[in-house]
Design a protein around this ligand. Structure first.
Ligand code: FUL
Length: 619
């Protein structure tokens, strides 16, 4: 791995006194190192300068915009007519000023999503803005956004999907690698500074039936030579995917981890040997480190959308996350040692929709109003804490508090494993909260209390902890009205399932789930003949087997003669993002009966589950 520092500490093996030597980005453990020696070394791994600056941004924004915005899809299949891309009022400055207002420090654009449609006039394919009617084929979204970012002082990043469902050579590995690197070169040479390059992990077979093998070494080398200050994310080796798309960081989140980026030679094998995946609960415990051959500084990024989908869909206008929900996500991402990457998808005009813009502004205001000034009296100084050490802090008199902020000086590594927080109220100490990791930033919420003093104890740590900052706040608790999840446009009380009882799939309640062994087709009698334009399938929110990935959908007027509405459809990103999905027919179908035939479960299991099925009506 480039920039990798592999150091063998012979002195440690010999049992000599540890030095304060630090290791940038990774360390390989010497042969025969004991568990204690491994932990000692792990505690001295620090971020690169770029990783450090990236972490300090805290809030970054994703922009999913492209041909899917105009086809109402989450994943396009690459056969779209480029002419469909036609934003009527595209204004990247509106995106950037809206995001800046919310406190976001960087914007990452889907320059190319899985459909292969490029938002810049690339020389590598005709599947791009150049072939669209938009600005007579002379438009360039990458240029407009990068310039707007520069003008308003935000960093700029690109998402370039490795998976490309349009490129004919996808699956012909050397040919596609050359095309992909050519696209990367264009993006990294023609648009000024690029601060993050985001590669998601989706990979498939090409038209030749072969699975694409990416040349990660050359891909990452291209980035390092053209944009040495950029961090590379997910399939890159600087920034790790937190493991879900729901905005949830781990309560124990180690930036120092034996989990190795998959793009690094031997990474896949080493993760498999340790039983590690991006979703694993434990990525950094002592037990895990003791089994590993080395560790990396590979910090977590929490990517989540402000809407159920990643792309804009008008029918999700009522489902934009509330400020309360965004604040919860802030606590469980930035407040859990992660960077938040919040997606705000522009609409078909090419603007961040008013609803989202209002939410972003209110979220930014909440953060400034509630976290502006710490309620600890006086200045708190840098604290080098050994395990078991405590410090007390005086609270500004009479102030109510409910949130504690702790920050480790990560330029000296991540070390705290367990801490305890107590409050002195009316002369008596009360236990407020316990926590595990801190890392760059940890926010601990506790019930409102009027404390005179707060005591923080570092109960366990690796070598000596370096606590850089402690803050106390009173953060207003917002009431979450809850997201309105629309699964059907009409009530479902007249509906019946035929052949067997599967009422939980059509009871209008997303919390109840119908489950069945096997890939079981389900037939619904709608009780009346209706003009339908699509269905909505809601998977079980919390795991379990049976989430449908590929399906057929049939309709009938009499329950006897059936015609096909959707053949081999897919609920595209449902594995990573288990939200209700719309399957649009692209036309109006008059039907009284519908039959959903599952063809493939997300993990290949022989099971079906449906939290809810609904329909969309023609208007
Ligand atoms: C996933 C993609 O499949 C989604 O469409 C989205 O881009 C998300 C950020 O990453 O892997």
């Amino acid at each position: 791995m480039r920039r990798q520092l592999t150091i063998i500490l012979a002195t440690l093996i010999a049992g000599c006194a540890p030095t304060e030597r630090l290791y940038t980005k990774s360390v390989t453990f010497p042969e025969g190192a004991t568990a204690e020696q491994k932990i000692e070394l792990a505690s001295r791994v620090v971020p690169t300068k770029e990783q450090f600056e990236w972490q300090q941004m805290e809030l970054t924004a994703f922009i999913h915009f492209g041909i899917n915005t105009f086809t109402d899809q989450e994943w396009g299949d690459g056969t779209e007519n480029p002419n469909l891309f036609n934003p009527t009022a595209l204004d990247c400055e509106q995106w950037v000023t809206t995001l800046k207002r919310g406190g976001f420090k960087m914007v990452i654009l889907t320059a190319k999503h899985h459909d292969g449609f490029c938002l810049w006039p690339t020389a590598t394919t005709s599947h791009s803005v150049k072939s669209s009617a938009w600005r007579d084929g002379k438009g360039d979204v990458v240029r407009e956004l990068s310039e707007a970012c520069r003008k308003h002082g935000l960093k700029f990043g690109v998402y370039l999907s490795p998976w490309d469902r349009n490129a004919k050579c996808y699956g012909d590995s050397p040919a596609y690698n050359a095309l992909f690197i050519a696209q990367l070169r264009e993006l990294l040479t023609n648009y000024g500074a690029v601060d993050e390059v985001w590669f998601d992990g989706a990979c498939a077979e090409g038209p030749n039936g072969k699975r694409q093998e990416y040349d990660w070494e050359s891909i990452l080398a291209t980035i390092h030579s053209l944009q040495p200050n950029a961090v590379t994310a997910i399939m890159g080796d600087d920034v790790r995917w937190v493991g879900n798309e729901g905005g949830r960081g781990r309560t124990t989140e180690w930036s120092v981890t034996p989990y190795t980026p998959k793009s690094v030679a031997g990474g896949v094998e080493s993760n498999a040997a340790l039983g590690l995946e991006e979703m694993s609960r434990d990525l950094g415990s002592r037990e895990l480190v003791s089994r590993a051959n080395g560790v990396n500084w590979y910090p977590s990024e929490v990517d989540v959308s402000i809407r159920p989908g990643w792309f804009y869909h008008a029918w999700q206008d009522d489902e934009v996350r509330s400020v309360a929900n965004l604040v919860d996500i802030y606590y469980s991402s930035v407040g859990r040692n992660s960077v938040l990457l919040l997606n705000i998808p522009p609409d078909r005009r090419g603007l961040i929709n008013e609803i989202d813009a209002e939410r972003i502004a209110a979220f930014g205001d909440y953060l400034t109003e509630n976290f502006n000034k710490s309620l600890i009296k006086g200045k708190n100084s840098y604290w080098r804490a050994s395990a078991g050490e405590s410090r007390e802090f005086q609270v500004e008199s009479g102030k109510m508090v409910n949130t504690l902020l702790l920050m480790e000086d990560i330029s000296r590594g991540q070390r705290v494993e367990k801490f305890r927080v107590e409050a002195l109220v009316n002369g008596r100490w009360h236990h407020l909260a316990d926590g595990t990791t801190i890392g760059y930033k940890r926010l601990i919420r506790f019930s409102d209390c009027r404390a005179e003093r707060i005591r923080v104890t570092i109960e366990e740590c690796r070598t000596t902890a370096n606590i850089e900052s402690i803050g106390l706040y009173y953060a207003e608790r917002l009431k979450d009205e809850g997201r309105v999840v629309i699964t059907s446009e009409i009530p479902t009380d007249k509906w019946l399932t035929l052949g067997f009882d599967a009422h939980k799939a059509i009871d209008g309640n997303i919390a109840t789930v119908w489950q069945s062994e096997g890939l079981t087709p389900i037939t619904i009698d709608l009780g009346e003949t209706l003009d339908i334009t699509g269905i909505c399938y809601a998977p079980a929110a919390e795991g379990g087997k049976g989430t449908i990935f590929r399906y057929n959908l049939l309709s009938s007027l009499d329950g006897t003669t059936w015609s096909e509405c959707v053949v081999d459809g897919e609920f595209s990103n449902i594995k990573n993002n288990p939200i209700p999905y719309i399957a649009s027919f692209g036309r109006t179908i008059t039907a009284r009966y519908l039959r959903l035939e599952p063809l493939e479960e997300i993990d290949g299991n022989n099971a079906t589950s449906i939290a809810e099925l609904g329909i969309l009506l023609a208007r």
